[in-house]
Design a protein around this ligand. Structure first.
Ligand code: GLN
Length: 448
């Protein structure tokens, strides 16, 4: 009830798409009765969680914040949701985001932007802006988002909280509405590492419904947090030197590296001269995958259907899709269709795949010699509402530090570092080897 009251009091932030008030209260009452009767309860009993509007929950609306899915009710639950419920977590509602998880500010939602609770004239980041603000403003304890190119880490950074993108395949994508299937991963928002570790523990692991979900066993992350290890860390020279990085933040990162050294860790600068290619490669590959994934929304199978039904079939598709999709989604479908077209496939799609392979090899080579890579999460603090909307390229370029982990498939986390003189928080990002969430969380725990 106290979370429901806070959600109502913070409606202006526009973080939630729907609140499951009666259901959540009934679940809480049922848990209470079980506890009083001395019955066993799950690992997340009573933990209040909310989920991004791209994660399916049986019998509930799911819309990817798009008009094209207006009114659609999911017939099944995502594996992550099933596991939350099995652990007795209380799912209190679903959260606003950029349409189909495409964006960095939450301004691409068909249901209006989310506001940053620290400064309502600023964006919370995106695409999981609602998921970040719900935790930031204590409207729930933990939340799920999705991270294709930074959509968990970037809004966590802008909101001053923790955002984890696990290894590609660590959490099943079954029931996650696809944006770019070889990049997408469900991620976790929280205010402390132990909570995030516990939630990951609950939802991660093999799943017969997702063949890309890893068969690897899930370690006991919480038990692994408490170690006094001396870390061998690398930072990318080209990332810290980058002209787009806010100078005050640059000084903040260098200061952090120095403090880590003084605390007995090794911190070395390494070269990564292909940094400028990661954003172009990411946008070529993800728009290509998106143009294919989003072809299923045709006005027939789901959600919005044009009222002009008395037309030829192709016109029916065109009308339904033109009416249902927003501007940014259309831009990406067009771009993705273009890079996949016969005449341009080799010049763009194949080339971007080659860049992806090169980036993977380079990052993996660094991680053979170091426990982790330290990196900024975003080059600046939270943008003002509207600031980047007229310039999509400028918005894309701000993804430079986050898309790296998705291109590689490696796990990455953003944890709050300090507050900028403009009053907004910013975080530091850590990347480790694939499936090494234990060290990722352990190091985050040390720095935090
Ligand atoms: N900002 C990036 C994009 O617009 C990341 C999105 C995401 O991770 N879903 O594609």
């Amino acid at each position: 009830q106290s979370y429901l009251d806070r959600i109502a009091a913070h409606a202006r932030l526009n973080a939630f798409r729907e609140v499951y008030a009666d259901e959540a209260l009934a679940q809480a009452a049922e848990l209470d009765a079980r506890i009083r009767a001395g019955e066993p309860v799950g690992a997340l009993a009573g933990v209040v969680v909310a989920i991004k509007d791209v994660i399916c929950y049986a019998g509930h609306h799911v819309g990817a914040a798009s008009r094209i899915l207006e009114g659609f009710v999911s017939p099944y639950s995502a594996t992550a949701v099933e596991r939350l419920l099995a652990a007795d977590a209380i799912i209190i509602g679903n959260l606003n985001c950029d349409e189909f998880a495409m964006g960095s500010t939450n301004e691409n939602s068909a249901y209006g932007p989310v506001r940053n609770a620290l400064d309502e004239t600023r964006v919370p980041g995106g695409s999981s802006g609602g998921s970040a603000v719900a935790v930031q403003a204590d409207l729930c304890m933990l939340s799920l988002g999705s991270d294709t190119g930074g959509s968990v880490r970037q809004p966590a950074d802008f909101c001053g909280i923790i955002g984890l993108k696990p290894t590609y395949g660590r959490i099943s994508r079954y029931g996650l509405i696809a944006y770019a299937s070889s990049f997408d991963q469900i991620g976790i928002f929280g205010k402390n590492i132990a909570d995030v570790a516990k939630l990951l523990q609950t939802v991660a692991g093999p799943d017969q419904f997702d063949s890309t979900a890893s068969q690897l066993e899930v370690p006991d992350y919480q038990a692994l947090l408490d170690h006094n290890k001396s870390w061998k860390l690398a930072y990318l020279k080209d990332a810290i030197r980058h002209e787009g990085l806010d100078p005050e933040m640059k000084a903040g990162f260098l200061n952090c590296f120095e403090e880590m050294e003084q605390a007995g860790h090794t911190v070395k600068a390494v070269d990564f001269d292909i940094l400028d290619y990661v954003v172009p490669a990411y946008y070529v590959l993800t728009t290509a995958e998106a143009s294919s994934n989003l072809s299923r929304f045709d006005g027939v199978k789901y959600g919005h259907r044009t009222a002009h039904a008395n037309v030829a079939l192709t016109d029916f598709y065109k009308l339904s899709r033109s009416e249902g999709f927003g501007k940014e989604v259309k831009r990406r479908i067009l771009l993705g269709t273009f890079v996949l077209s016969a005449g341009y496939f080799d010049a763009y799609f194949t080339k971007a795949q080659q860049v992806r392979r090169l980036v993977m090899n380079r990052i993996n080579a660094i991680l053979e010699h170091y426990d982790a890579i330290l990196l900024p999460t975003v080059p600046s603090t939270a943008f003002k509402l509207g600031e980047k909307m007229e310039d999509p390229i400028a918005m894309y370029l701000a993804d430079i530090y986050t898309v790296l982990a998705n291109l590689v498939g490696a796990p990455a986390i953003s944890i709050p570092l300090t507050v900028h003189s403009n009053g907004m928080p910013y975080g530091i990002q850590i990347i480790t080897r694939k499936f090494d969430e234990a060290n990722l969380l352990g190091l985050a725990y040390t720095i935090n």
